[in-house]
Design a protein around this ligand. Structure first.
Ligand SMILES: NC(=O)c1ccc[n+]([C@@H]2O[C@H](COP(=O)([O-])OP(=O)(O)OC[C@H]3O[C@@H](n4cnc5c(N)ncnc54)[C@H](OP(=O)(O)O)[C@@H]3O)[C@@H](O)[C@H]2O)c1
Length: 363
């Protein structure tokens, strides 16, 4: 049983809200917010981690103190760090501040912390209450926790389809299935991700831009995963003034003569394409907590089969494309029994003009 009352829940929820203000900006770091009360339980400061390289939430809150924190309480949605990273350990700040109590929602899964921050604070004689609003905190930092536990970036797969479940015509035409509002919403969604992934064929067919259209200062990294490297000389993704682009190709299958089509400002990496997990791992190593897969049926299916996808965003438009050769969102998983099919969690459904947006995740 957690020793807490409604007031503690209120302040922890405030810390979680503050943490959420850093969404899309903090990777590879987590989202963290902190609230400090004085010994009379009055709010005397708050802060959040706004961007990787910027002060941690606790430090920001201690730097903004309006009164002495001695004898006070601090609320933080993630265990304070106890290691030297880009900034000094937050536990030292907590201990030297003279606070009496700290509410920590969840432990930091980072192996350099993982309970050791809590131990240091306890050893200094500060009361530690762990677990308040843990469900909300786990959800908020889902991608950070996933990357720390698996070494891979959390994957969301997004597609847009007609009411008869088609993502494009037989000739590859798929622009535009959904309405302007849905497309604008996709630009906003991209702002929450560290990278957006497509396959080489989507680049050839659609020549997408894959940006937030200015909704995020630092645009997500645009990633093209290709076996052949047969990419066009002209492409919107080659303009790296708007956003960085990374081409990841398989040196065992690609024709490297095509490398000369790719401008110098585009980043290039070699990787086996046999299992897209290698891409999730590479992007995690590059500091991506989460990635948005916006690929067509072939790469989407390979990504699901290899466990790269944890969440799904599906837009459904009131159109009928028809035709047995029109594109399905996914290829065959070779299920032969209904007991084998994927069952998803209860979806979140919203109406976007005349489109429907369904968000779900794998169980
Ligand atoms: N409606 C929608 O939401 C939506 C979204 C995206 C795309 N599309 C449509 O989908 C079509 C393209 O479909 P697609 O399935 O070819 O998509 P894709 O996104 O281009 O994925 C397939 C490509 O990914 C690369 N790849 C790398 N590793 C792979 C692996 N392990 N397995 C499979 N592919 C791998 C290959 O590129 P290389 O060929 O370069 O080697 C392959 O051709 C286009 O017509 C596009 O308009 C629709």
């Amino acid at each position: 049983m957690i020793d807490s009352d409604c007031i503690d829940i209120k302040w922890m929820k405030r810390a979680i809200y503050l943490a959420s203000l850093g969404k899309g900006q903090t990777s590879p770091n987590p989202l963290v917010g902190a609230v400090i009360l004085d010994k009379y339980r009055n709010l005397i400061s708050e802060g959040f981690h706004s961007k990787s390289g910027m002060p941690h939430a606790e430090v920001m809150a201690f730097n903004n103190l309006k009164k002495d924190a001695k004898g006070g309480t601090i609320y933080v949605n993630l265990e304070p760090c106890c290691h030297h990273g880009l900034t000094p350990p937050c536990v030292d700040k907590v201990i030297s501040s003279g606070v009496k109590k700290i509410f920590i929602s969840i432990e930091d899964p980072d192996k350099r912390v993982s309970g050791q921050g809590i131990k240091k604070i306890k050893d200094a004689g500060i009361q530690v209450h762990l677990g308040l609003c843990a469900k909300e905190s786990l959800e908020l930092n889902r991608s950070f926790i996933h990357r720390n536990n698996t070494g891979k970036a959390l994957g969301t797969l997004k597609w847009a389809m007609s009411i008869d479940g088609r993502v494009g015509l037989e000739n590859g035409m798929s622009k535009w299935i959904t309405n302007n509002y849905s497309r604008s919403l996709v630009h906003s969604y991209r702002a929450d991700y560290d990278a957006v992934i497509i396959g080489g064929n989507t680049l050839r067919k659609d020549n997408p831009t894959l940006t937030t259209r200015g909704k995020k200062n630092q645009e997500p990294l645009r990633v093209v995963f290709t076996k052949t490297l047969d990419l066009p000389e002209k492409s919107n993704l080659w303009d790296c003034n708007v956003a960085r682009t990374l081409v990841v190709y398989d040196s065992s299958t690609a024709n490297t003569k095509y490398l000369k089509r790719i401008p110098d400002n585009v980043e290039i990496e070699k990787l086996s394409t046999d299992n897209p997990q290698s891409l999730s791992k590479l992007l995690a190593e590059k500091g991506c907590n989460n990635v948005l897969w916006e690929c067509g049926p072939k790469l989407s299916t390979a990504a699901i089969k290899s466990g790269c996808i944890q969440e799904l965003i599906t837009f459904i438009a009131p159109k009928i494309l028809g035709g047995s050769n029109s594109m399905n969102p996914l290829l065959d998983f070779e299920f032969r029994d209904m007991n084998d099919v994927f069952n998803l969690k209860e979806p979140e459904i919203s109406i976007i003009g005349d489109d429907i947006c369904v968000k779900s995740s794998f169980k």
